[in-house]
Structure formats: C-alpha cells, structure tokens
Design a binder for this molecule. Sequence first.
Ligand SMILES: [Zn+2]
Ligand SMILES: [Zn+2]
Length: 316
Amino acid sequence: MKGIYFDGKDAVYRENLPMPSPSKDESLIRIFYAGICNTDREVLKGYRPDFRGVMGHEFVGVVEESSDPYWTGRRVVGELNAGCGHCIYCRTGREKHCLERKVIGMDGKDGCFGEYMTLATHLLHEVPSGLALTDALMTEPLAAALEIPQQVHIGPDMAVAIIGDGRLAYLIASVLRLSGADLTIIGKHSEKLQKFAEMGKTMLPEERQEAETFELVVEASGSPTGLELASGLVRKQGMIVLKSTYAGTVNVDMSRLVVNEVTIKGSRCGPFEPALRLLEKGLVKLHPTEFYELGDWKPAFASKAMKAGFLIYPDV
Ligand SMILES: [Zn+2]
Ligand SMILES: [Zn+2]
C-alpha cells in the first residue's frame, strides 16, 4: 500500500507498505482524505522521537471490515487515542489520558497518511449523510477547539484573546465566537489576520496597548514564545489555555504567573459528536482544503494554505 512513513528522522513516501490487518476489536478503513496538522509537522522536528510508522491522524474514510458489522460500508471519522481499557484513566472515562495509549500517526500505531488504516471500532464516528466529506475532515481539529468550552466557562461578557493566526486559531475563534465573548485575535501575519476580521478584533502583538488585558488567553500560535506573550496579556487571576504542542521546552517568567495567581490549563483533544453537529449545521466557517497526492508530501507539508491535506482515494 502507498503511504507516508516516518523513519525516526524524516517522512518517506513508500509504495510497499504492508496492508494493515484489523485485530478483533478494530475496523479496517479505506482513507478518502487526510488532513495535515501542525502536530505532524512537529513530528518531523522531533516531537515524537520514538515513533516509527505511517503518519497522520485527521481522516475521513469508509469502513471496509469491522469487528461490529454495523459499521461496514459507513463513512467515518475517528478519534486518535486508543486506550488499554483497564487503567485508572480508561476506567474513569479518560481514555485519551490512558497510561498505555496508542496514538495514531504519533505513538505506537500507524496513522492515516496511507491508503488503509485500522482503528479501534469504538473510536469511530459516523459522518452525517448531509455533510461533505471534505468538511468532515475538519472534525478532529474542531473537536480540539471544542475542548476549550468543555474545560472553561466562557460567558458573553468575557474579554478573550486568542494568540495565533493559523488553522487551529481559526477553529478556536469560530467556536468561541458562538459564546458571544468579546474576542481579540493576536497574530504575527497581517494577511492571515484578515481572515479573522468577522470573528473579532485583530491585532499584531506590537499594536496592543499596555492596559488591554484579557480574562482568558488561548495560546494557539504553535510557537514556543506564545506562552510568554500570553502571560503578559492575561489579567490577574485570569486563565491561560495552552493549545500548542511543539518539540522542545519554553522559557517563561513563572513568578509573574504566581504573583498574579494565573491559572494555566493544558488542552488537547476534544469531543467529536458536537464537532460533527456544528459542521452539519454549518455553524463553523471553513476554508477550502488544498489537496495533494501522497507522493507530494513535501509541498503539502510546506503549504501555506489555511488547511492542506491528501486526496488518497477519490470519493465516488
Ligand atoms: Zn490534529
Ligand atoms: Zn488505559
């Protein structure tokens, strides 16, 4: 099978990958489309040094074989964290924090930048019939954005800043906008910020007035300097939600956070069903995805489009 394999150093396009075979609790999925996430780019920079395998975790596909016959022939998206089923986290409904979890395309499990993939059947979600598959491809990143209102109460009277002007920041803005909060998007690229114009106020970091502070700051810049910027924006006793994952560590003045009694909250994967619901109802504005062939992974990864991905098997 064709796919993009991470060999520990770099991505390699291969046409001789073994065909995956589902275990007794899994389904075999033929991939239509796969999306490139910033996390995949971080894998190439060393974010997951121990991983070897097919990359990618955002996909839409069709189930060809399944442990549960219900799923056969259905169009699906799927969650990326497969838990062991018996540790303290799995037993308390927190499978994504499982001590022995496998994460597709990142940790112990082949991902979706290939023609086929296997996934634990209980991680599948059906794509509603009215939803375009190219839109359904946004389910996973949108679910990650929806994790924020799941963790933090966001009221319409709150001043909220989002740091970042990329795809994740855009989805976060789309979701937080629905709360009615007073949104400000802070990014480094004025041309990218234009896309956020209808979501809220936009500004470059240097345009901000000293007195302008925010009850909640969401760091989604994908840059290690984002947290330092966030700690200068957040109000005393406010909260910073961290969304970016990257290789390496960050340097931050922690005493400022201590003295100001700032809460820092990490935020990762979120709920799929509400994400599918928002997409189906058209409540989230999406940018068209720029699609590439698997063999063209280099230009695909380098793409400056709001969203790039792979067209693996045309949806007919
Ligand atoms: Zn992702
Ligand atoms: Zn577990």
